[in-house]
Design a binder for this molecule. Structure first.
Ligand code: SAH
Length: 215
């Protein structure tokens, strides 16, 4: 795939738009300015890649809206070297943004085709998270605890298993709600292990599916 001047120009405009929409973290804006989002979509749709919209990928799933990717990442308050669990690899675009910010990323996807495709795509682009195929509802107990947990699908409730896998001082960002609209929840675990939850606005995500084997 080619990252032309035209793509780079459209990406600059997207960064300007996200700045206008309130994204302030310069490192996140730089990461969005760097990762070619059109690499994650069919080449016939590349003119849509730099619009601030979600877009259909395989298996009835979507690549998240750039604003949502930026905002969720901002809410994570990431620092370089942190160990991050991502639920819902999807296209792998958000994974690349986390890696650009210096995170060590463990990412889980339950749709086989997306898991396989993201592995090929990211490896070609020289991004190397740890990929897992499975149900993110259970997290990755063997690799816990995590400094940060990011859920990129709409969860019916906050999964206990994920809260358990958060380090003291850790933050989890998760959209919660069963209908069309989810509330972005930020869950902080303090050093005593106490949990504090705040709401950060409404978003739309594909649902997080529980106990279902991927295809
Ligand atoms: N960050 C991704 C978002 C993809 S949409 C991107 O921007 O491309 C959310 C993804 O979560 C979908 O790929 C869906 O298959 C996946 N998903 C849904 N339920 C899941 C679960 N229980 N475990 C892991 N992944 C899940």
């Amino acid at each position: 795939m080619i990252d032309s001047f035209k793509h780079q120009g459209m990406r600059k405009q997207l960064v300007a738009l996200l700045t206008e929409k309130g994204i302030r973290n310069i490192h996140i804006l730089q990461a969005i300015g760097k990762v070619p989002r059109h690499f994650f979509m069919d080449s016939q749709f590349d003119k849509f890649a730099y619009q601030d919209m979600a877009f259909k990928i395989d298996a009835g799933q979507t690549i998240s809206q750039p604003y949502t990717v930026a905002r969720q990442t901002e809410l994570l308050e990431l620092e370089r070297g942190m160990k991050v669990l991502e639920i819902g690899t999807g296209s792998g675009y958000q994974t690349c943004i986390l890696l650009e910010l210096g995170a060590r990323v463990y990412t889980i996807e339950r749709q086989r085709i997306l898991y396989e495709k993201a592995k090929v795509q990211l490896t070609q682009m020289k991004y190397h998270p740890k990929f897992f195929f499975g149900d993110g509802y259970a997290g990755l107990p063997a690799f816990a605890p995590f400094d940060r947990i990011l859920v990129t699908c709409g969860a019916p409730e906050i999964p206990d298993a994920l809260v358990k896998q958060l380090k003291p001082g850790g933050i989890m960002v998760i959209p919660v709600g069963e209908g069309d609209v989810q509330i972005m929840k930020v869950i902080r675990k303090n050093n005593e292990g106490e949990i504090n939850i705040s709401d950060e606005g409404n978003y739309r995500f594909v649902p997080m599916l529980k106990n279902k084997s991927g295809t």
